[in-house]
Design a protein around this ligand. Structure first.
Ligand SMILES: [Zn+2]
Length: 377
């Protein structure tokens, strides 16, 4: 019975090892590894070792053994136990500190190796927490869109607490340093998670730059401008557009709320948030892969179909208008009144009410042709 349990554990452990090694193989290629997965790997190794020791103790103790042998066994057991405990402690710690999402980026081999999008995104992760959800979505989209244009960026500031803002305000005033902000605590959109600051991320993946003329992707457009373009398209306002104190790395979404509104506790409305999300999603949707030849063909066929349908609808609408004209009119048109009177006077018609457009037209034509006069004579 115990043997069966051991065998099942062994098989599971081997299967997990295979899956994990595949995961790590992939992850090491992308040069980022989840700490949590490393923890899992460590725990599993220790656990498997412990199981092997247990197995060893269980099935060899029957024969007894030398004192040295027994010491060896208990040492191995102790090591295995410490290992599993340590693994569990690490996993618990990561879990309860929300550290399960922490990724570790590994040093790259090639100096000029392009940073992966994942790596670029991870760099900004520490500054993303606490952002307003729309800002978070907008910032992720901004990082992705800039990366796609060959401009990796990093978020250097996101949510700033009021205390942090006060400390920053003191800099250059009551404390040493140069003045970096004109906003006291509560008077910056950063304090509400509605602003971010960015910098250009250099290819080494660790240095940043605020050089507004740099053209790292050599496309003839300054990287800084490319970022600002993308940011504005996503609905951000740029601090570089301010007139009094230009804050070039600063991007914000205000939803029309003034700082006084925010201080009073007002929040962006659901409608405003939906509109902002829609704007971001629209851009991101357009960024999906370009159409293949077949998709293009299908798309053109669909456009033709839509055009044909529109024409058919127009024809239909014209016919309806025609039919409406042909239908009975609620009153006799003024232009048909003399003819109708003439027709009645001639005794040709008892009533001329509720005729159709064509009827009145015909009566008028007949009247002009003198038909009713003749009849009257
Ligand atoms: Zn800022």
């Amino acid at each position: 019975m115990l043997l069966v349990a051991y065998s099942i554990s062994m098989i599971c452990a081997v299967m997990l090892f295979i899956a994990l090694s595949m995961y790590f193989h992939k992850r090491f290629k992308r040069q980022t590894v989840s700490l949590f997965m490393l923890g899992v790997f460590f725990f599993l190794s220790a656990y498997t070792f412990k199981m092997a020791v247990a197995f060893w103790i269980r099935f060899t103790s029957a024969s007894g053994g030398a004192a040295l042998y027994a010491t060896l066994k208990s040492t191995a057991w102790a090591v295995a136990q410490i290992g599993t405990t340590l693994g569990l402690v690490v996993l618990t710690y990561l879990m309860y500190t929300k550290g399960q999402d922490i990724f570790m980026s590994l040093p790259r081999k090639g100096k000029n190796a392009m940073l992966t999008l994942d790596q670029v995104k991870l760099k900004s992760m520490p500054r993303m927490s606490g952002l307003h959800p729309v800002l978070e979505a907008g910032t992720v989209a901004l990082i992705e869109r800039c990366y796609a244009r060959g401009v990796p960026i990093i978020v250097t500031q996101g949510l700033r607490t009021i205390a942090e803002q006060d400390a920053l305000y003191a800099q250059g005033r009551t404390r040493p340093g140069r003045i970096v902000t004109n906003a006291r605590g509560g008077h910056s959109y950063h304090n509400y998670g509605l602003a971010i600051d960015f910098a250009l991320l250099l290819p080494n993946g660790s240095s940043v730059s605020w050089d507004m003329t740099r053209d790292g992707d050599q496309d003839g457009v300054a990287d800084w401008q490319e970022v600002i373009q993308e940011a504005k398209a996503l609905g951000f306002e740029s601090g570089g557009d301010w007139t009094s104190f230009k804050d070039y790395p600063h991007l914000q979404m205000t939803f029309g709320l003034r700082l006084a509104d925010l201080l009073a506790g007002r929040q962006p409305t659901g409608v405003q948030m939906d509109a902002a999300y829609a704007r971001i999603d629209k851009l991101q949707g357009e960024a999906e892969q370009p159409m293949t030849a077949q998709e293009k063909k299908d798309f053109e066929a669909m456009q033709l179909l839509i055009k044909a349908q529109a024409e058919a609808a127009l024809n239909l609408s014209n016919r309806v208008t025609g039919l409406e004209k042909a239908a009975k009119l609620p009153e006799i048109p003024k232009w048909a009144l003399p003819a109708c009177e003439a027709a009645k006077a001639a005794g040709l018609l008892d009533t001329t009410a509720n005729g159709s457009y064509d009827f009145y037209r015909m009566v008028t034509i007949l009247n002009r042709a003198g038909v009713f006069k003749k009849g009257a004579k």
